[in-house]
Design a protein around this ligand. Structure first.
Ligand SMILES: CC(C)(COP(=O)(O)OP(=O)(O)OC[C@H]1O[C@@H](n2cnc3c(N)ncnc32)[C@H](O)[C@@H]1OP(=O)(O)O)[C@@H](O)C(=O)NCCC(=O)NCCS
Length: 315
């Protein structure tokens, strides 16, 4: 077996591994990964991806990549083909890829969420490489179970194109000083949040945007909450983001948005709903549990900044 830079391979070389990966995340996470795999293949063709591949003879059996995005390097999948898991091959690739990303000239920050990882014990590697980390859970709920309807104290309306700035503002404000904002640059500034919202809504950045299950909640003083939803597969609806302005939290807005999204998923005939949450985000986690979401996969969010800068995690 030998390790090679991704840049030396063509999309054709990687295609069988990408096809297996797509199938794998479809089964494990109800996530139709075909679009992501196509983006990886096209990134490879354009020379826009860095990373490493492990080959067994001519066959690609494991890979790990990263890409540069607005001042940070984001480590994507860490995936090994079925017969090659449990041998710490992914860990070996990840260790080298992290070192490369940290040594890369340009990005001052490296981030990785290990949702798309088949590595059994990657988490220690991040600590050793100087990353700050927090556990996250991928939760799933069957939509065959009835949805409790929340009291209708809040007016919910569909998200329109003109609402994108409002949505970005609410998301930014809701995360100020949070653990998620410390570990994910996406929430750091209003401009990053705006880019995130546009990616979700206009560019299918996390599955196909679902306008029927996405809502703005209006209070007496205007918009107070937002939920953005998508379809990760033909049968799985995903809550990409739910946020309530700090001043409006703890009054049932989040519950109203969530139950409206779940009801919309049910009306569309979807079978499951999914989302990701940071374990220490107690309010959000309790809300999801009350709504019937259950653990499907443990993973973690990791972030590193170039010293002497430091990531300060809130208590
Ligand atoms: C997570 C989040 C969306 C929840 O929204 P919310 O509007 O605060 O949620 P709710 O008000 O529906 O429920 C939260 C709590 O308020 C309580 N509550 C609901 N209605 C209430 C009312 N009328 N009076 C008093 N308390 C009420 C709920 O029982 C719940 O209690 P708990 O936290 O002890 O479990 C919101 O807190 C938020 O935006 N957080 C920051 C961003 C974030 O973390 N998003 C989720 C990422 S996965």
């Amino acid at each position: 077996m030998r390790t090679r830079p991704l840049a030396e391979l063509s999309a054709r070389d990687l295609r069988p591994l990408l096809a297996e990966e797509s199938e794998h995340w479809g089964g494990e996470l109800f996530w139709d990964y075909a679009d992501v795999s196509a983006a990886v293949a096209s990134g490879l063709e354009r020379g826009a991806l860095s990373g490493l591949v492990l080959q067994d003879g001519p066959h690609c059996v494991a890979y790990c990549y990263y890409m540069l995005d607005g001042g940070r390097a984001i480590v994507g999948s860490v995936f090994a083909a079925e017969g090659f898991r449990g041998r710490r091959l992914e860990e070996g690739l990840l260790r080298e890829v992290l070192a490369e990303a940290q040594g890369h000239e340009g990005p001052e920050r490296v981030e990785c969420q290990t949702l798309f990882s088949t590595a059994a014990s990657a988490e220690d590697l991040f600590a050793r490489a100087g990353f700050q980390s927090r556990s996250r859970h991928y939760l799933v709920r069957l939509l065959s179970e009835r949805v409790e309807t929340a009291p209708r104290a809040w007016r919910l309306r569909p998200v329109r194109r003109e609402d994108l700035a409002t949505a970005a503002h609410i998301i930014h404000r809701s995360h100020q000083g949070s653990l998620d904002a410390a570990l994910n640059l996406t929430y750091a500034t209003p401009a990053f949040c705006r880019g995130f919202v546009e990616t979700l809504v206009l560019r299918a950045g996390c599955g196909r945007f679902d306008g029927e299950a996405s809502f703005i909640a209006d209070g007496p003083e205007g918009a107070v909450g937002v939920l953005l939803a998508s379809h990760l597969s033909r049968t799985n609806g995903h809550v990409c983001q739910v946020s309530v302005l700090p001043s409006g939290q703890g009054r049932g807005v989040g519950a109203a948005l969530m139950s409206a999204a779940l009801a919309a998923f049910r009306r569309q005939g979807l079978e499951t709903a999914s989302l990701s949450v940071t374990l220490d985000n107690h309010r959000a986690y309790r809300l999801y549990q009350r709504l019937g979401f259950r653990l499907r996969k443990r993973f973690a969010a990791h972030a590193w900044v170039r010293p002497p800068a430091r990531i300060e995690l809130p208590a």
